[in-house]
Design a protein around this ligand. Structure first.
Ligand SMILES: *Cc1c(COP(=O)(O)O)cnc(C)c1O
Length: 376
């Protein structure tokens, strides 16, 4: 049996919710399950937010940036170490990404780099339209100073919380509630899934209304089809939302399980050359994926050697995201940083972290890695 990095983990209740959707024939992109799913996520996030369920996290980011006013030629400042779906929407709008490095102490975006870049950009009169910090591998960005900076410079803050549902920032706020708009993903490998899906989350009722408008083909109020703007077909299917209802019932269990997996890795892989993604004081990370960096000098072995050996034994582990400024697509784009992300990309490994992984399976992963380290 293959040991996966992170795969869908059903609660067993999803089919009952899908049956309800079929019973009322809402096999459509609207319906009672969709509304209930939005309510369940809003409740989980603390209540005072509006949730708009969408076809994917990328769709949510696309609409979030559009509603932040991003258009042709604008700059969007964004974490370089992220998944492509967290950057491509900048291109959908004809905007230009500027990529920022990570803070070596947190492995999330380096706030000081953004602070300094703001000072320079304000002097030169070319502020970005939005900044998009990415919660990485289930850990919040340092939200408060980013919110303060965005407010000081009158720039919209869109938080990419696609990987961090279930995690908390140090002030107790849940990931997915930060900034002007936050986005979530329910893709198959995320902490919970609707098979595919996403959510736009905002405290502004007006932004939520506009998101629903653009997500359903921008239909003006009229008995016929009337359009004064163009939109998208981005709503989540009601059937997929039904899956989400079953998943929301077990979200807390899933977070607990991933945190336990992370704790067991930390206890079992004690080696001066193995460094875990740090969890800053007061944060409550979900550890969607457990990420480590492998120092080849101290370990006597590279990350790739470990990854390849695991793969030979049918264990899926993956390098950290390849920073976007290193991607051929973004050759020549602006990068502000000290190559902390480049270094983590060359040494970093995401270990199998799925909430349905058994302790025996985790012990096998640990055993293989420790055998390699012992032999090195
Ligand atoms: C998964 C992910 C997305 C995109 O979500 P999809 O639902 O797959 O479109 C965006 N940003 C980050 C950081 C992600 O991990």
């Amino acid at each position: 049996m293959r040991i996966w990095l992170s795969r869908p983990h059903m609660s067993g209740r999803e089919k009952a919710y899908i049956d309800e959707a079929f019973a009322c024939n809402f096999v459509a992109p609207v319906g009672p399950q969709l509304n209930a799913f939005e309510d369940a996520v809003a409740d989980y996030l603390g209540g005072n937010v509006h949730c708009v369920a969408l076809a994917s996290g990328s769709a949510a980011l696309h609409l979030a940036l559009k509603l932040a006013g991003v258009t042709d030629g604008d700059e969007v400042w964004i974490s370089s170490m992220t998944f492509a779906g967290g950057v491509f929407p900048v291109l959908y709008l004809g905007a230009k990404p500027v990529f920022f490095d990570l803070d070596p102490e947190t492995w999330t975006v380096d706030v000081e780099l953004i602070r300094n870049a703001f000072a320079v950009a304000a002097r030169e009169g070319r502020l970005p339209k939005a900044i998009v910090p990415t919660d990485l591998y289930g850990q919040s960005v340092d939200l408060a100073p980013l919110e303060a900076l965005a407010e000081d410079y009158g720039v919209k803050l869109v938080v990419d919380s696609a990987e961090s549902l279930g995690a908390e920032y140090k002030d107790g706020r849940k990931c997915g509630t930060g900034g002007d708009i936050a986005i979530l993903s329910f893709n198959g490998n995320k902490i919970i899934t609707t098979s595919g899906g996403g959510m736009l989350v905002t405290r502004s009722a007006e932004i939520a209304d506009r998101a629903r408008f653009f997500a359903t083909q921008a239909r003006d109020p009229a008995p016929h089809y009337e359009h004064s703007a163009f939109g998208f077909n981005y709503r989540l299917s009601n059937v997929c939302a039904a899956i989400g209802l079953g998943q929301m019932e077990v979200l807390n269990d899933r977070v607990e399980r991933r945190r336990k997996i992370n704790r067991r890795y930390r206890e079992a892989l004690r080696h001066p050359g193995i460094r875990f993604m740090p969890e800053p004081d007061g944060y409550n990370s979900s550890f969607w994926l457990t990420a480590v960096s492998v120092d080849p000098d101290l370990c006597g072995i590279t990350r790739e050697a470990i990854r390849e050996t695991l793969l030979e034994h049918d264990i899926e582990a993956r390098p950290l995201w390849k920073p976007m400024h290193m991607q051929p697509l973004f050759a020549g784009s602006r990068y502000i940083g000290n190559m902390v992300d480049e270094d983590l990309f060359s040494t970093g490994l995401c270990l199998p972290s799925g909430s349905d992984m058994s302790e025996t399976e985790q012990d096998e992963v640990v055993g293989r890695i420790n055998a390699l380290l012992a032999a090195a």
